[in-house]
Structure formats: structure tokens, C-alpha cells
Design a protein around this ligand. Structure first.
Ligand SMILES: NC(=O)c1ccc[n+]([C@@H]2O[C@H](COP(=O)([O-])OP(=O)(O)OC[C@H]3O[C@@H](n4cnc5c(N)ncnc54)[C@H](O)[C@@H]3O)[C@@H](O)[C@H]2O)c1
Length: 398
């Protein structure tokens, strides 16, 4: 099967490309390098050194003999996107190619507009490209659990049966996203659902939890195949960030009371989930939604676990409660239905102390690359003009 991976140079897209290529799929990646440009512009960098797209692909060919095709392009650039679809003729399209940081989208007007433009218009172009060039291709779209917010009821898998004034229907689950980024994913979901209904496209919308983990079997084959690993205040995500903070003696940055609970998933399970989605194609016109998480934790659960494991490794891990830069509930109900991927055969890698120790060891190995000035959050949801580059000095661990 030919699989086009949009955003195939990113944290998740690259291991996905390797995983599917190893399994015998014919893979092409399409990426505009926006993530790398942000780093160059702001002085950020991946904790683990990464090769250019071309070097990565050459290394993969040298190691496995397998070819990954590459397209440089932006989903908002219609000619570039059309060319990739016309030439490669994908049977499945895995769409990771979005601006994916909530803090980025909340920096200021320009970043909010960029996020919604690149995500919503990019996805609209992808829908048109499928309709025009490969109408039976299956779109596997990365959404986020953050689309739902934190309602005081169980979060169902995409749809909820409602009884209202004596009548019943099954309708999309209500969405209460917490940033302009999360809103862009909600807008995408509506556009995709619409195109399934109106044009008969087939799609799976994956409401993915926060991803953690530094490697997969394929990225571990050689250092040149490593995927990026972010620890900064914009792109770093909770558990990955805490492990890196513990390795460099930076107090773990707990925002607010730390009761914020979210779904999580290991990167190894992400790549497998997407294969499961590809293998079980929806019918023409069908819009499926899977909640792509394996378990959930509060910020305090994660911080305390990293502290316990780090201290057992001889580190002196401190927690620091920061005033919450985000607007979100800090204590709330959280229970998520997530059975569809399990039913398709997912065998989850659940978080254990060995994985936390592994992540801390990865961070220790590369700790000379950490710039502590990139860790503290400076983007505040209540402000409309935030600075990113001028981050304050960290408070050292005591
Ligand atoms: N990492 C997580 O914890 C997480 C959690 C839930 C959902 N997701 C979703 O998964 C997807 C991938 O996330 P990631 O962590 O790999 O992010 P990433 O930023 O590392 O990768 C995204 C890639 O897409 C590229 N890209 C961005 N906009 C593009 C455009 N308009 N055209 C072409 N390429 C473009 C970037 O250059 C980058 O290589 C995103 O859609 C994200 O919202 C990620």
C-alpha cells in the first residue's frame, strides 16, 4: 500500500515513516520544514541531534535497502500538494503536518493566525487533493484529545447518544478546546466530517493524547535515524520535559495545582495505532473517530513519578509549582472511552519506572545540549503579546 505521510519530518511523522517502510508499505514523506525553521529562528533545538531529511532517508536506504520518497512542500501550497498526490497516488494519507503547539498558538495574533491558517487551510487543501486525485484514499488525520477539553462527564469516542425532548440522536461529542491550536483541530474535524458526508471520502480522526518516548525499534537502528525530542516551553510536552528537567537539575515545572489530567501514549503505540487505522479502512463516506490514548495521568502524578525515579538514580529532583500560564481547570473529572484501537488489536506499552529511567538516561546522555533558558514558560494565555526568545534565568535546583 502507498502511504503519504504529511509532516513526515516531525517527532511522530519520521518514526511513522520508518515503521511503515520497515513493514513493507511504500512510503513518501511531505514536509515544509516549518518545525526546523522555528528552531533556527528562535534558537531552539531538539535535545537529540537529528539529521536532515535527505541524510535520514539515505541512512535508512543504506541500513535496510528500503526507499522513502520525499517531497518538500507546504499543505497550504496547492501546486506542491497536488504534485505529491498526482505523482505518488497514495492509497492512505497520514496527516501530521500541522503547527502543533498550544503555547505557540497563544503567543500573539500573528501566531494564532498562522496556526489556524496552516492547519485549517492546509487540511482543506488535503481534502480537495484526495477528492480530485485519489478519491478512495483513506485520510488518517491526527487530531488531539484537547479538542474535548475537560467536561464533567465521560469523554466518548467521537460521538454521544443524546436524548432531547423525547427524541434521540447520535451526534458529535461537544468540544471545548483550550487554545487556538486545539480550536484549529476542532475546525479540521468539522471540515473532514463534512467532506465524508458530502463527497463520500473515508477518514479516521485520531484524537491523540500527549505523546512521550524518545525512540522506536526503527529509530534505534542508527543515531542518524533518531527523531526529534523537544524540551522547550513551546514544543516540549509534559513527561518528556520533566525527564529532561530532572537530568539537568532544573526543578520540574508544575503549572498551577497540578491536577490537570490528560491522556498519554508512548510513541511506539502511536506508530502502531496508525497502522491499525490504515489496515481497517472505513467505508466510503464514513467518518470514524478513535481516542488514541492508552492511559491518563495528572501533572502531579507525572512530576512525582519522575522525582521518585530520578532520586533513585541519584539525582536531586525538585518540584516547582509555577503560577499557571494557561487557562484551564486544575482539578477536574476525567474519564475517557478508548476501546476502538484496543478492539483492533493494540497492545499498549503502559508507562512504567523503567521507561522513565530510560528517558532520563537519554536526557543525561545529551544534557550538554540543553539550554535551560528555553524551559520556563513565558507564553501566558491571558496576554496577547508574549515574548518567546527572551526567557528568564531558571531557578536552580537546591
Ligand atoms: N506530539 C504530541 O504529543 C501530539 C499529541 C497529540 C496530537 N499530535 C498531533 O500529531 C501531529 C504531529 O505532531 P508532532 O509532535 O510530530 O509535531 P512536529 O511539529 O514535530 O511535526 C509536524 C511536522 O509537520 C511539518 N509541518 C507543519 N506544518 C506544515 C505544513 N503546513 N505543510 C507541510 N508540513 C508541515 C513540520 O515541519 C513538522 O516536521 C500534529 O498534527 C499534532 O497536532 C501530537
Amino acid at each position: 500500500m502507498r502511504v503519504l505521510i504529511l509532516g513526515g519530518d516531525g517527532y511522530l511523522g519520521w518514526p511513522q515513516a520508518l515503521y511503515l517502510s520497515q513493514k513493507g508499505y511504500e512510503v513518501a514523506v511531505f514536509d515544509n520544514q516549518a518545525r526546523r525553521h522555528f528552531d533556527l529562528k528562535q534558537g531552539f533545538d531538539s535535545l537529540i541531534p537529528i539529521q536532515t531529511v535527505h541524510q535520514r532517508i539515505e541512512s535508512w536506504k543504506a541500513i535496510t535497502g528500503k526507499t522513502i520518497h520525499a517531497y518538500h512542500g507546504d499543505t497550504t501550497d496547492w501546486p506542491a500538494l497536488s504534485r505529491a498526490f498526482q505523482e505518488f497516488q497514495p492509497e492512505a494519507v497520514v496527516h501530521f503536518a500541522e503547527q502543533r503547539a498550544a503555547p505557540y498558538s497563544m503567543i500573539d495574533r500573528e501566531h494564532a493566525v498562522h496556526t489556524q491558517y496552516t492547519n485549517v487551510i492546509g487540511t482543506l487543501n488535503v481534502l480537495y487533493a484526495i477528492k480530485d486525485y485519489t478519491p478512495s484514499a483513506h485520510l488518517v488525520k491526527l487530531g488531539t484529545m484537547g479538542e474535548y477539553g475537560t467536561p464533567n462527564i465521560d469523554i466518548e469516542e467521537g460521538f454521544i447518544e443524546i436524548e432531547h425532548k423525547g427524541r434521540k440522536d447520535t451526534l458529535p461529542f461537544p468540544k471545548q478546546p483550550g487554545s487556538f491550536y486545539h480550536l484549529s483541530k476542532v475546525h479540521d474535524s468539522h471540515n473532514i466530517h463534512f467532506c465524508c458526508r458530502v463527497w463520500g471520502l473515508r477518514s479516521t480522526d485520531l484524537n491523540q493524547g500527549v505523546v512521550y518516548g524518545a525512540d522506536t525499534d526503527e529509530t534505534l537502528l542508527a543515531p542518524e535515524l533518531a527523531t526529534r525530542f523537544d524540551y522547550d516551553q513551546i514544543y516540549g510536552t509534559a513527561l518528556n520535559r520533566f525527564c529532561i528537567q530532572s537530568a539537568v537539575g532544573y526543578p520540574l515545572t508544575v503549572y498551577g495545582r497540578g491536577g490537570q489530567t490528560r491522556g498519554y501514549i508512548h510513541v511506539r503505540d502511536t506508530v502502531r495505532c496508525i497502522e491499525l487505522a490504515i489496515q481497517s479502512e472505513p467505508k466510503a463516506g464514513e467518518f470514524r473517530v478513535f481516542n488514541q490514548i492508552t492511559e491518563w495521568f495528572s501533572v502531579n502524578d507525572l512530576a512525582q513519578r519522575v522525582q521518585r525515579v530520578g532520586n533513585a538514580m541519584g539525582l536531586n529532583v525538585q518540584l516547582q509549582q509555577l503560577s499557571n500560564p494557561r487557562v484551564e481547570l486544575e482539578e477536574h473529572y476525567y474519564n475517557v472511552v478508548h476501546t476502538k484501537l484496543l478492539d483492533l488489536g493494540l497492545q499498549p506499552h503502559l508507562l512504567n519506572d523503567a521507561e522513565v529511567e530510560h528517558l532520563i538516561n537519554v536526557a543525561i546522555q545529551h544534557r550538554d545540549r540543553v539550554n535551560p533558558r528555553l524551559i520556563a514558560p513565558t507564553v501566558n494565555w491571558r496576554e496577547t503579546e508574549n515574548q518567546v526568545a527572551q526567557t528568564p534565568e531558571p531557578t536552580p535546583a537546591t
